[in-house]
Every structure is written in structure tokens, then in C-alpha cells.
Design a protein around this ligand. Structure first.
Ligand SMILES: Nc1nc2c(c(=O)[nH]1)N[C@H]1C(S)=C(S)[C@@H](COP(=O)(O)O)O[C@H]1N2
Ligand SMILES: [Mo]
Length: 262
């Protein structure tokens, strides 16, 4: 295969692997057009990887959250929780990393994946990116519209080869609330949703610490506490029971619903 990714050739292979491949080829066309052909080849060859096309056909159809024009972006986007908040246990390690522009930080992806990986912030900046201008609604009664830019989670899922038996992603954060590290979860359908991204910009600026530097989850279908900030690791699991408390997140341990969405 030439260094330049050929869409026709890929569609041909999509036909060879069946209808699921064609769906994947069209739905993710824009995202994949920038990715490397060897990776795509590996994805097509690895039968045991979750086949995103087939998964999309089988999963319940999730709606798309409304998107807004730039003129609707809120002038003030409140910042709550995480390292922006007073109730978070301050951690010197985090402060050193932040002072150093997060050059020593990396995102780990592990669990039910065929190619566990670690990505630096620079590597993440070089991945295909999308922007969404969507409404963030906090369970505490405020909301704001912001523009979020980052890597589609579905793209990273293809890159690490999420296995077909994975049912949830667990998002681990670097901040602690009353001594416990913040974490949250999304089911696979929400992870694959086209408006679910790992964001490193808000309103065209690199994420400030208050909004979740260096990288946060942004799921347009979900309420505030599902948008885990200060990510350190994403782990794919087959059941929430495998994870601390079995409720799928720290806010859920404190009594919130796991499905906090539209
Ligand atoms: N790591 C981490 N992520 C978090 C929180 C937190 O305390 N720690 N708070 C959540 C809640 S309740 C909300 S409403 C949003 C707030 O995001 P913002 O500060 O960018 O507005 O982050 C969510 N993600
Ligand atoms: Mo919130």
C-alpha cells in the first residue's frame, strides 16, 4: 500500500469484510482519512478487534446532541471540580507537571485492548481532531455552551484495538476528592458516539487547569460529572463490577446515577 491512504482501496477491503466495514468506512471517513494506512490494515486484519461498523449497527441508535454556532458560545464558562476547586486534595506531582506544560504526562490506555499504549500530549496533538460546540449541563443547576476540540474517542479505540468483549471504558483522573481518585465511566455505545472526544482545547485555547488540563473527556450526551477532567488512564472492561465500588464512578459512589445523560 502506498504511503498515501487510498480511500478506494480501503472501501474495497470494506466490501471484503462485509457490511460492517462499509459502515465504518463511511462513518469514520473524515477521521480516518488522516490516519496511517498500516494501522488501518492492522485494524482490518485483526478479527478479534471490536469492529466499529458492526458495533454501530448492533448498538441502540443514540441521538446527536444539538450543536451551536460560535455566536452561542457562553462568555463565561464556570469551572467546578478537579484541580480548579478548593475541595480537591492538592498534589505536588500534578502541580509540577502543570508548571512543566505537561511534558512529563502521558495517557495510558489498557484493559481489554489488543495494543495497550501510552501517548504523550504532543502525540495526542498530532492525532486527527474534531470540534463540537455543545451544551454542558451540571447536575448542580448551571449550564454553559463551549467549543471543545480533541481526538474522537472512537479513533483512539481503533488505534489500540478495543476488544469485542469490552462493554465500558473507565476514565481515571489525577485529582482526589476526600482521598479518593476521581474516575468515571461510559458504555461502549457512548464511547463510539461521534460527539465523544478527549478534549485538550476549550474555545480554541489549550485547556486551563480549571477545565481539566491536560486532557478531559467530553461526551455531548452526558451531564457534568460524567466529563472526567485531568485524565491519566483509560481502561476498557467487560463489567463495572471489576472497578472500585462497582458503580462506575466516584460521583456514582456518592449517590449519583451512572446514566446521567440525555
Ligand atoms: N477529574 C475531575 N473531573 C470532573 C470533576 C472533578 O471534580 N474532577 N467534576 C465534574 C463536574 S461535577 C462538572 S460539572 C464538570 C465541570 O467542568 P468544568 O470545570 O470544565 O466546567 O467536570 C466534571 N469532571
Ligand atoms: Mo457538575
Amino acid at each position: 500500500m502506498t504511503a498515501h491512504f487510498s480511500r478506494r482501496r480501503f472501501l474495497g477491503q470494506g466490501l471484503a469484510i462485509g457490511a460492517g466495514g462499509i459502515v465504518a468506512a463511511t462513518a469514520l471517513d473524515r477521521i480516518w482519512s488522516e490516519s496511517d494506512p498500516e494501522l488501518l490494515q492492522k485494524i482490518l486484519d485483526a478479527g478479534e478487534d471490536l469492529n466499529i461498523g458492526i458495533e454501530r449497527l448492533l448498538l441502540p441508535k443514540l441521538p446527536r446532541a444539538p450543536e451551536f454556532p460560535e455566536s452561542a458560545i457562553s462568555r463565561h464558562f464556570p469551572s467546578l471540580g478537579g484541580y480548579g476547586a478548593t475541595y480537591v486534595d492538592k498534589d505536588l506531582g500534578f502541580e509540577h507537571m502543570a508548571a512543566n506544560g505537561f511534558r512529563d504526562w502521558s495517557l495510558e490506555i489498557n484493559g481489554l485492548v489488543n495494543r495497550p499504549a501510552r501517548f504523550t500530549l504532543d502525540e495526542i496533538f498530532r492525532m486527527p481532531a474534531i470540534s463540537t460546540i455543545t451544551l454542558h449541563a451540571c447536575e448542580e443547576g448551571w449550564s454553559a455552551i463551549g467549543k471543545w476540540t480533541g481526538v474522537p474517542l472512537s479513533w483512539l479505540m481503533l488505534k489500540v484495538g478495543v476488544q469485542a468483549r469490552a462493554r465500558f471504558a473507565i476514565f481515571h483522573a489525577m485529582d482526589r476528592i476526600a482521598g479518593k481518585f476521581m474516575f468515571g465511566s461510559l458504555d461502549i455505545a457512548r464511547c463510539l458516539h461521534p460527539q465523544t472526544l478527549l478534549a485538550y482545547r476549550i474555545n480554541d485555547q489549550l485547556l486551563p487547569v480549571g477545565h481539566g488540563a491536560p486532557l478531559r473527556l467530553r461526551s455531548a450526551l452526558d451531564i457534568g460529572y460524567k466529563q472526567v477532567k485531568h485524565l491519566s488512564r483509560i481502561s476498557f472492561v467487560s463489567s463495572l463490577e471489576e472497578v472500585d465500588g462497582g458503580r462506575g464512578g466516584l460521583f456514582e459512589i456518592y449517590g449519583y446515577q451512572n446514566y446521567g445523560g440525555f
